[in-house]
Design a protein around this ligand. Structure first.
Ligand code: PDD
Length: 290
């Protein structure tokens, strides 16, 4: 596997960073995961826009222009095997003496990128759906930043694995008077389906603005699928006809079990079938138009 590190391409075994890198010491950095279909980065402009939003959120200057990013990304795709890949892109505030405050003057950020084969969900998962659990969302209040400091997400996702499940759906309570509501998954976005309508939580500071989430809502709008973006109470999650999970690496999956109980019929439902099929068409059309 060939990776990119600070201006150079090299085998992953040769890649080295300092133990004083602020990514290593503080988790002080941001990242992106970009799917690659037929050797073309999917929704690259949108991923680069979100990257800029994350960099702005941590007050770190973007080391490259969009044109430079595109050049590096295309070169890395060309240097790695596989038509379908997924790119992992990671920027930290660089190497400096350990101090919580930013290095002053700023140091060169560390830029790392790797590409792996894209593990699209196997057919049996599409047919059976996945099981999830719910847990309190104990993360910070800037979940819109795709930060590399992922300890809460790691612990929340492991809760699902320990329960033999695929993902943990996160529930927030903002005040004692307001109902608890759903934000997203530990590493995915979540949609609720009720009475033929697709419900999505709003893109605010409490969730990552998923690129796949946007694609799903665009597909819904383009195909006349009733949908609404609003806060979703935890009771609505438990009373859903269908639940859907989306991410760049999982695309769209049906959640067929929640906290040990079947969701709706307990099988992937009609909204999942429709959106999954439309998502595949959308992907094909975008790649063809490239
Ligand atoms: N995670 N919410 C969280 C907390 C995520 O980590 C992710 C993706 C998403 C979905 O976003 P997108 O559709 O842009 O992939 C939502 C990636 C895949 C990861 O960390 O590996």
């Amino acid at each position: 596997m060939t990776i990119y590190l600070n201006g150079q391409y090299m085998p992953i075994e040769e890649a080295k960073i300092s133990v004083l890198d602020r990514g290593f010491i503080f988790g002080d950095g941001v990242y992106e995961v970009i799917p690659v279909y037929s050797r073309k980065a999917f929704r690259l402009a949108e991923h680069l826009r979100r990257l800029q939003h994350s960099l702005d959120g941590i007050k770190l200057a973007n080391p490259y222009s969009d044109g430079e990013w595109t050049g590096i990304i295309n070169e890395l795709i060309a240097r790695n095997a596989g038509e379908d890949q997924y790119l992992y892109l990671h920027i930290t505030r660089g190497v400096a003496k350990r101090d919580h405050a930013f290095p002053s003057p700023p140091v060169k950020p560390t830029v790392f990128m790797m590409s792996n084969p894209l593990p699209t969900p196997p057919a049996d998962l599409l047919h059976s759906g996945v099981a999830c659990i719910t847990a309190p969302d104990n993360r910070w209040l800037r979940c819109d930043i795709k930060a590399i400091s992922l300890l809460p997400n790691v612990l929340l996702r492991q809760m699902a694995v320990d329960a033999g499940c695929a993902e943990t759906i996160l529930i927030r309570t903002e005040s004692k008077t307001e109902d608890a509501f759903m934000t997203e998954g530990a590493a995915s976005n979540i949609f609720v389906v009720k009475d033929g309508k697709l419900l999505a939580p709003p893109k605010d500071n409490l969730m990552l603005p998923g690129i796949t989430y946007d694609v799903i809502l665009e597909i819904a709008a383009a195909n006349g699928i009733p949908h609404e973006v609003r806060r979703i109470a935890v009771a609505e999650v438990h009373a859903a006809d269908e639940l859907l999970l989306t991410s760049s690496t999982k695309e769209v999956l049906a959640i067929t079990q929640l906290d040990g109980k079947p969701v709706g019929s307990g099988k992937p439902g009609p909204m999942f079938a429709r959106l999954h099929s439309l998502y595949q068409d959308f992907k094909r059309n975008v790649m063809r138009a490239h």
